[in-house]
Write a protein that binds this ligand. Sequence first.
Ligand SMILES: [Zn+2]
Length: 328
Amino acid sequence: MKPIASISLDLDNKWAYMKAHGDPKWESFPTYFPKVVPRILDILEQRDLKITFFIIGQDLEHEVNHAPLKMIADAGHEVANHSFNHEPWLHLYGPNQLAEEFQKTEDNIVKLTGQMPVGFRGPGFSLSDEVLRTLMRRGYLYDGTSFPTFLGPVARAYYFWTSGLSKDQKDDRKELFGRFKDGFKTLNPYSFSWRGRSIVEMPVTTMPIFRLPIHGSYLLFLAQISTTLAKFYFWIALKLCKLMSVEPHLLLHPLDFMGREDDDEMHFFPTMGEPTEKKVQLMTECIAMLQKHFHCVTMKEHVLHAKTNELPASTISVVPEGAQVDLA
Ligand SMILES: [Zn+2]
C-alpha cells in the first residue's frame, strides 16, 4: 500500500494579494474565484482527487463568490478556515480578537456549505501560542500553519523589496513567512497539548534535509528557468520524503492555475507573466507525480490517519500566556 499524502489549496483571492502589496484597490474586494475555482475543480475531478480548501471568511461576505465556493463543498472537498481578514500579523492578536476572526469565518462557512471547519491555516505562515490555544478552545482538529524552511526570511525580504509598504506596514509583517530557525522544525505531524486539550500541527512539507520549499508556487518559480528542472526537483523531494518516512503535504494556491491571459493586474506576483497553459500543465503533472507515489487524501483524513500512531508532543511555551487569556 502506498504511503499517505495530502494536498491543500489556500484560497487567497485577488484582493488579498493587492492588500499585501499595498494597492488601495483591494478595498473593493476584487475576485477571480468565478474564473479559477471551476478550473481547479475540473482538474481535481479528472485526477479523482479530494483536497482541502482554506477559505477566507471575508470572501463569503460577497455574493459573487458564493457559487464557486459552494461548488467546492458540493464536490466533496474539505473546507477549512483561513481567517476572516487574511492579516499576516495574526500572531499579534489577543484572544478576543482571534475568537472573533474564527467565529465570523466559521459562521460564514457553515451558512454556505453546511460544513464546520476542523482545520485552520494562518495567513503568511504566522503562528502563535495564542492562535493554538484559541483553536483548541474551539475544538479544532488541526492547524496547518507551520512552514519549516530556512528560506522564510529570504521570501520576506523579496516581498518587502517589491512591495510599496510603509515602515509601519513592514513592522506588522515582520514575522511574515517565518524565521530562519523554523527550518529546523520537524516535517511530520506533531501534537500540542494544553489543559487537557490537544491539536495536531500539520506542517507544509519542505524538501527533507535541505528544507527548501516544494509548494506549487515555488515549483512554478523554478519552471521559469526550466520545466524539466522543476519536475526533477519535485521528484527528488518526493524520493527524499519516501526515504525519510515523511508523508508529504503539498500546498497550492489559485494563482498556480492562472497565467498572463487571466489577469493583467497581477503582474507584481512572480510567474504571473507565464502562459496559463504552461502553469496548469506543470501543476497537473506534479499532482499526478504525487499520486503515483502516495495515496492522496484531504488534510483532515491525513491528520486522522497520523493520529492512529502516537504523535510526538510539543508544548506551547514560546509566548507566555497573557493575563486576559483565560477564557477557557
Ligand atoms: Zn493565504
